[in-house]
Design a protein. Structure first.
Lengths: 75, 497
């Protein structure tokens, strides 16, 4: 059984016996760890950070383009 | 003769292949946000057994256990097993004291005959936690690493997907106060962990679950035999491969951060990395039927993953063959040698700029601490050669006028020798790295540390790693003793603000 505070996908699920396998539907247990909202926020923040990395990658490519331009124009 | 010339020129340019492949790896990070696993995640808290192999870890084990007790995780779902590998220091006493302090949550497992290595120690713990059905997931860690409080729960959320067999975290260098070498390692871990693992997430083929942070579902541990491989020096990588070969997914969670103490001396780093590099050679042999063979159920046979693996493993070969080819070309076709050399170093400059800028942006917090080592990663000599390749005019100006200014105009008379030296540098840099290790190991402590450090800044940290890989080839060819050689830990690791 997985101990799962009420996530968006599981809020309506019911309690399960303790011996249920790992992949079985998770029980609704009172939130003891991160509440669902905090979990959603964390995932949103992580997604935002990863999207930001795409922009940072493009910035790094622009720097490379600048180096090439400097090499071609001035040296 | 013409064929030979062009073959040599191709070998020279191939010297840039490891960096070009590394750049491709970094490019994949740009699409990482489209391959995130969060849609299959949920905030789950499986009953987790944490296994800490401990051999004479009295200096660090108490603090490690205390920190684990402070994880953001339901206390009744977490058990810590200190697997004392016949320690001869105070480790057993400390572990017993912690078991008494946290009854039912911390357990001391004692091996009376130890010293066989981490894998044997872990297997002792795995046998114990698999003996009953309490454990749903197992976290394998090192005794000195520090988990940020949220890290474990950030990892376990991926186990909500039954297709995931194992999860790993972002290991960061956390030695404080640290020194130049730990800062080099800090930067290396941005590239090798935060960056490389993200690109491996994109490929859905992960090379290695970090030894200090590998979370497995019970299903996965049982499916791979309930034991860790004891026949190699790369038990972490073999576990990772076995997991994926059985069709389960391995996920890297970049936001779960684990801080580790890394060696602050070249000799200790050499010892650690030699073990890792020899392990990688062994893994390459063991899974020889996996490389570049697409098969259903896993992605380890993909072309990109194979390129990543072999570009790193064969880096010393590429560098030595590039240098040797340049020197031969110098004597048979001087103009072609110059053009090939120029092309090689232009490629090196562009990939270096891309990787360094992107890496520092991937983890800006760590980047602020290690940016000098990031810049110096290729070493002072390589930086000058790169400058000469990308901006030859200013460098020529300095060479002609600067030398006069400092009264060293006689150096201009050694143009051919300097040219040959730069051609040989890729291979020579590894020899200088080896010299750094020998110097540090043989000179008096302080002088050795300073001289070794200066040599590392001259040859580059990258060359030091290449030299270790080359030493691993030699050791494996000689079938040298492959017994476990522990890296000493002192407990100087801390979470950085």
């Amino acid at each position: 059984m997985m101990h799962r505070p009420d996530s968006p996908a599981q809020r309506e699920s019911a309690a399960q016996p303790e011996s249920a396998p790992l992949e079985s539907p998770a029980p609704l247990v009172p939130p003891q760890g991160a509440p669902a909202r905090a979990y959603d926020d964390e995932v949103r923040t992580a997604r935002h950070y990863e999207r930001g990395l795409a922009v940072k990658g493009l910035i790094a490519l622009v720097v490379v383009a600048l180096v090439i331009a400097m090499r071609l124009l001035w040296f | 003769m013409t064929d030979l010339k062009w073959t040599l020129a191709a070998l020279v340019i191939a010297g840039a292949l490891p960096l070009v492949v590394a750049s491709y790896q970094f490019l994949l990070i740009i699409v990482h946000f489209r391959r995130l696993h969060y849609d299959q995640c949920a905030p789950v808290f499986p009953r987790t057994a944490i296994l800490i192999p401990a051999w004479n870890e009295a200096a660090v084990i108490a603090a490690s256990v205390d920190r684990l007790m402070g994880l953001e995780y339901p206390p009744d779902r977490l058990r810590v097993f200190v697997i004392d590998d016949a320690s001869t220091d105070a480790t057993p006493d400390v572990a017993r004291a912690k078991a008494a302090q946290y009854p039912g949550r911390v357990f001391h497992l004692r091996r009376e005959v130890g010293g066989q290595g981490k894998a044997h120690t872990l297997n002792h713990g795995l046998t114990r936690v698999l003996a009953d059905d309490w454990m749903q997931a197992v976290l394998i860690m090192d005794s000195d690493v520090i988990y940020e409080p949220q890290s474990l729960r950030l990892m376990t959320r991926h186990l909500a997907d039954p297709g995931v067999g194992a999860v790993t975290a972002y290991i960061k260098e956390g030695s404080r106060p640290g020194n130049y070498l730990t800062r080099f390692i800090g930067y290396e871990y941005i590239t090798a962990q935060a960056a490389a693992r993200r690109s491996q997430n994109v490929l859905r083929a992960v090379a290695c679950l970090a030894g200090g942070a590998q979370l497995h579902s019970r299903d996965n541990i049982e499916a791979i035999g309930g034991q860790i491989d004891t026949g190699s020096l790369a038990e972490d990588t073999i576990t990772t491969f076995k997991t994926q070969l059985r069709g389960a997914r391995v996920v890297f969670e970049p936001h779960a951060v684990v801080w580790a103490e890394e060696p602050g001396a070249i000799v200790a780093l050499w010892k650690q990395r030699l073990r890792w590099a020899r392990g990688n050679v062994q893994v390459t042999r063991k899974f020889r039927r996996v490389w570049f063979r697409q098969q259903p159920g896993h992605r380890l046979g993909g072309v990109s993953f194979g390129l990543f693996w072999f570009a790193l493993l064969l880096q010393p070969v590429f560098l030595i063959s590039a240098s040797a080819s340049l020197i031969v070309l110098y004597f048979i076709d001087h103009a072609l040698a110059w053009h090939a050399f120029h092309a090689l170093w232009i490629a090196n400059v562009l990939t270096y700029v891309f990787i360094t800028v992107f890496a520092l942006l991937i983890d800006p917090r760590m980047g602020r601490r290690v940016w000098r080592e990031a810049v110096m990663f290729p070493g002072a000599v390589s930086l000058i050669i790169m400058l000469a390749a990308i901006a030859p005019a200013p460098l020529r100006f300095v060479a002609y006028h600067g030398l006069d200014l400092i009264g060293a105009s006689a150096v201009r008379g050694y143009g051919s020798e300097i040219e040959l030296f730069t051609y040989a540098w890729l291979a020579l840099s590894m020899a200088v790295a080896y010299l750094a290790k020998v110097t540090e190991g043989h000179l008096p402590r302080r002088i050795g540390a300073v001289t070794g450090g200066i040599l590392v800044y001259i040859c580059g940290y990258g060359s030091l790693l290449c030299a270790v890989t080359f030493a691993a080839y030699v050791k494996e060819l000689r079938h040298a003793d492959a017994s476990w050689d522990k890296t000493e830990k002192t407990g100087k690791v801390a979470i950085s603000a």
